[in-house]
Design a binder for this molecule. Structure first.
Ligand SMILES: C[S@@+](CC[C@H](N)C(=O)[O-])C[C@H]1O[C@@H](n2cnc3c(N)ncnc32)[C@H](O)[C@@H]1O
Length: 284
C-alpha cells in the first residue's frame, strides 16, 4: 500500500482514539517502523509498504490508539539535544525540564560537584555531564529500574565515568557535600493525578508523579535535608508545578533564611524552577 494512504488511514484511527496530534504521531511511528527519516518520508510519499511492514506498522498504531506514549513505543526521546533511551520504568523527559538544565549550566563552576535527585532516565544528570565536561554528578533515585535506564543513557553518551548512580531516598546516598542540587521530583497533587491523560496515568510510573496531597511531599523533604548536603555558596534548583511557586519559595526561605530565592518562568510564562542561592557566608 502507498505510504501516504497508509498514513492518512492511521492518522484517522488515532484521531478517533482521541489523540490530538494524530498526524504527527502516525508519521513518527511510520518512520520508526520503516527505519527512515521524516525527510525521506516526505520526499517519497508514493513509496510502497510491503505486507510485513504494513502489519508491523498496524501493531504500532494499535498500541498508540490504546494511548501508549510514542516515546515508549519507539523507545527513545530527545531531551536537551540528546537522544535518551526510555521505557515504562521512567518518566518521559519533558521539554519544560530543559529550563532547569539551562539554569544549572549557567551557575555551575568548572569543577562543580552536582547532585541530581530523582534522576529517572538520567535526563538532567546526563545533559549536565555532557555540557559541563569537568563536572562530577551524583544521580540518585529510589527506583532500581530507573537507575538501570539512567545507566544505559550514561553509557550511550559516554559519561558513565562522571555520573555516579546511587539508589536511595533523596539526598541520603550522597557521599560528600555538593555545590549544586538539582531536582525534578514528583510534584503532582493527588487531586491532579486523577485528571491526567491516559498516556501519563496508565503508562508512566506512579512513583515518578505522585507528590502527595498538595504535590509538595518530596520537595518539602528535600529542602529539609538540603542544608546538610550543600557546600557554602551552593545552589538548589527545583522544578515545580505552575501553581506551586509561592509555597515552595516560602519553604525554601524557612530552611535557608539568608539565601536568595527566585522563581524562573518557562517559555509558556509559567512558574517552573525555584532557585535558592545559599551565599558563601550562610551557616545555620
Ligand atoms: C518526575 S520524575 C523525574 C525524572 C527525571 N529527573 C526527569 O526530569 O525526567 C521523579 C523521579 O524521582 C524518583 N523518586 C521518587 N521518590 C524518590 C525518593 N524519595 N528518593 C529518590 N528518588 C525518588 C522517581 O523514581 C522518579 O524517577
Amino acid at each position: 500500500m502507498e505510504l501516504q494512504v497508509t498514513l492518512a488511514q492511521a492518522a484517522t484511527v488515532l484521531a478517533n482514539a482521541g489523540i490530538e496530534e494524530s498526524r504527527l504521531d502516525a508519521e513518527l511511528l511510520l518512520v520508526h517502523a520503516l527505519g527512515i527519516t521524516r525527510a525521506q518520508l516526505h520526499a517519497h510519499p508514493q513509496g510502497q509498504l510491503s505486507p510485513a511492514e504494513l502489519a508491523s506498522y498496524r501493531q504500532l498504531i494499535e498500541r498508540r490508539a490504546r494511548r501508549e506514549p510514542v516515546a515508549h513505543i519507539v523507545g527513545h526521546k530527545e531531551f536537551y539535544g540528546l537522544d535518551l533511551f526510555v521505557d515504562s520504568r521512567v518518566l518521559i523527559p519533558r521539554p519544560e525540564t530543559e529550563l532547569l538544565v539551562e539554569r544549572a549550566i549557567e551557575i555551575s563552576q568548572r569543577q562543580s560537584v552536582v547532585a541530581d535527585v530523582g534522576t529517572g532516565s538520567g535526563a538532567i544528570a546526563v545533559s549536565l555531564a555532557v555540557h559541563l565536561p569537568q563536572v562530577l554528578v551524583y544521580a540518585t533515585d529510589a527506583s532500581l529500574g530507573a537507575l538501570e535506564v539512567a545507566a544505559c543513557n550514561c553509557r550511550r553518551h559516554c559519561v558513565e565515568g562522571r555520573v555516579h548512580l546511587l539508589q536511595g531516598h533523596l539526598l541520603e546516598p550522597l557521599p560528600e557535600p555538593v555545590d549544586l542540587i538539582v531536582a525534578n521530583l514528583p510534584y503532582v497533587s493527588q487531586a491532579e493525578l486523577a485528571q491526567l491523560p491516559p498516556e501519563i496515568n496508565c503508562y508512566e510510573p506512579r512513583e515518578a508523579l505522585n507528590g502527595g496531597p498538595d504535590g509538595l511531599d518530596h520537595i518539602r523533604r528535600l529542602l529539609a535535608q538540603a542544608e546538610g548536603h550543600l557546600k557554602p555558596g551552593g545552589f538548589v534548583l527545583l522544578e515545580i508545578g505552575a501553581a506551586q511557586g509561592p509555597a515552595v519559595v516560602a519553604l525554601a526561605k524557612r530552611h535557608f533564611p539568608a539565601a536568595r530565592v527566585e522563581i524562573a518562568r518557562d517559555y509558556a510564562g509559567l512558574d517552573r524552577v525555584v532557585m535558592v542561592s545559599k551565599g558563601a557566608g550562610e551557616q545555620r
